[in-house]
Ligand binder design. Sequence first.
Ligand code: PHE
Ligand code: ZN
Length: 876
Amino acid sequence: MSEPQPTYLSDYRPPAYRVTHTELTFDLDPSATRVKARLHLERHPEHEPGAALELDGEQLTLKAIAIDGQPLDEDEYALTDTGLRVHRVPQRFLLDTEVNIAPEANTALEGLYLSNGMYCTQCEAEGFRRITYYPDRPDVMATFSTTVIGDAVQLPILLSNGNPVERGELPGGRHFVTWDDPHPKPSYLFALVAGDLKKVEDGFTTMSGRDVTLQIWVEEENLDKTDHAMASLKRAMQWDEETYAREYDLDLFMIVAVNDFNMGAMENKGLNIFNSAAVLTHPHTATDAAFQQVEGIVAHEYFHNWSGNRVTCRDWFQLSLKEGFTVFRDQCFSADTNSAPVKRIQDVSFFRTAQFAEDAGPTAHPIRPDHYIEITNFYTLTIYEKGAQVVRMLSNLLGWEAFRRGSDLYFERYDGQAVTIEDFVGCMAEVSGLDLSQFMRWYSQAGTPEIDTQGEYDYAKCEYRLVLRQRTPATPGQPDKLPLHIPLRLGLVGTKSGRDLPLTLDGESLGSDTVIHLREEEQEFVFTDVSEAPVPSLLRGFSAPVKLRFPYGREDLAFLLQHDSDDFNRWDAGQRLAMLALEDLIAAHRNGVEKVMDTRVVEAFRGLLATETDDKAVLAEMLTLPTEAYIAEQQALVDVDAIHAAREFVKQSLAAALRDDFLRLFEENRSDAAYAPEPEQIAQRSLKNVALAYLMAIEDDQGIELARTQFAADHNMTDVRHALTLLVHSSRTDIAEPALKAFGEAWAHDPLVMDQWFSIQVTRPQPDALERVKFLMDHPAFSLKNPNKVRALIGAFAQNRVNFHRLDGAGYRLLADVVITLNQLNPEIAARIITPLTRWQRFEEPRQELMKAELERIRAEELSPNVYEVVEKALA
Ligand code: PHE
Ligand code: ZN
């Protein structure tokens, strides 16, 4: 087999032919679906007449081809592995093709496939070419008319994009529906769904008075799990009108839930398709976190209708144009509907753990990559989350008002077009007059910038001097980096007053919270008229996606934890304080020295527990220790066992010292109120459950009894799952096993709850976790063909650090075996699930060697381009 070849951004050329209108007819059949396509094609004026017509197409069986009604002779076209070329075509013409495809054989879940007897499509990024021959690239936008034909009994519901315009009976017990989508769209936004589905329906009146019908389509047994998604959709529609003046543009908006789906959800025009895990909720089946996630994803896909669909990407290198902007939009929406500081804390703590690791690993890439082998490998945290951080920086640089004008200009100027990141940033520069040329480096440079900071207070002059030095480490293919434009929000907190001090820089007074702009490699800022010695509060709200170091002492951090006016930085000070203690304990563990708990951390926590707070959700975050993954991210080389031991020690020490406080917190936040996924309730539950986790850390009788009772009360999934997890992760297997068994039997019929049941077991720290994974892979509810199951069992196990990184290499071997199987079944999922192995350089011997050996074993297989690209990078 020849090596897969990369595609380069610099090779971009506009298409020679555009499609003005696309007519499709699907005659559905599991093994032989017939797809007829009529494309209305036109040569671009600037292209010379002789240009051949090149169409993408994969895994298609061509049955007929004609131009303007004339069947083509075999020498008039050529078929290849990747498409179809017609040597000579007129300036404007109709192309008719007919192909056969086999949805039931499609385990990759790209193109048209079957999920639980239901037909559905996934076309982003390049799935449409598995449906018909087409210029499958986002800069070709056409109106679509789609006729779906299927068995009237088995497939009563036939859906596609736009509005239904015709339906009728056909011979042989079949029926059809024709859909018209008047908005020109690229092929990646095409969708088709057919099955025995039931709907819930609601409505929304847009700001200009258009009545929109809203439908959520599900399997019958899930009809009671759609309320929250529907409410979220309506809130998102309202929010986008109020915040960005964006109105919906069709009479119908549909969401469909499918069980087999590679990603979270997909923004197909007028017909969003969702992984059932990203849309279905019920108090008894979904946790608070799941409710919040559903709200965010529903909003995200809806927001794409403008940021993505009406204005789309010129090519896939511009992916962050739609994803970064849309994630930023959904983050702001969730912040507005929930606790804003907690939303920020959760987003950033995930970002600093997972995106930082990606940016420091072998697959590091810029927000706009300049080449790829397989585009599905680039739906990454960098494109999505770092992309969103960069849009957030733009909104802060411009201020909300100017940013909104920039966004209005962008939507107005480029409506119906396929554009680039320059076009977006260009609008922002144009409305603000700012020079954003240095800022553009954020899009082209990979790696996380590191800022080393030093601060000094001059008592005599009442000056505070800050020296900042930025450096971005080398990443694959990018040895040298240029300085970035980094907006740094900060305050100086007076050590006497405990208040933010007024800030004066170069004679200008800037209030007590300001943004300084770092553009050089090294820069000095001298704040004058600083009346008392301050502790600096730096990078407030995580104003830039960087690692910032400052030589804080533990007293400084305890002080900020108490006094910082920025909630995010208060939380971060607590995390930094805990990190200092954890680092000492990691060292003690490695040196075989007795571990001693830092009393300053205990006292800081005692202080937190004693203060009255109105934001319980923030308090719950402050009482939560950094995860093992985050701690690992801070280490030069990761010692898995020392990290685990140190973190357990801190948890137990805090629990022992503050047991009564945690007990009181637990009791105070218990509630029998009917479940609602509302911010106050969620906050209260999270605080109560943090307290319960500490109580269970010392596994005394009372803690165990509380967890048991909470599990048995069966009040809502948040509490049940938390209690069950604590029991299963404890050493009390005698109590855990019956609970686990009861839960598994009660929910055997519900795949989304079974996913949770799988994950809970295989993330337990006890040494039997790997054997459980193997055992559960034969469970009737498990299947390697279902991505949710793979994530719930295998993906979750790879997060179980002490067990995945077993020194006998059995964890690595298991993951590699799964990757080798999935490489054939579902390459996209195979290339994602392999990630933990690619981070081998971060670990000590012998783990490095063991991980590399598994990568080598995978490399010896006949690889899909997806897995090939990742493995090659990992072993480069
Ligand atoms: N575009 C989808 C989203 O963000 C993600 C997706 C990509 C889904 C590729 C499926 C396939 O929201
Ligand atoms: Zn998206």
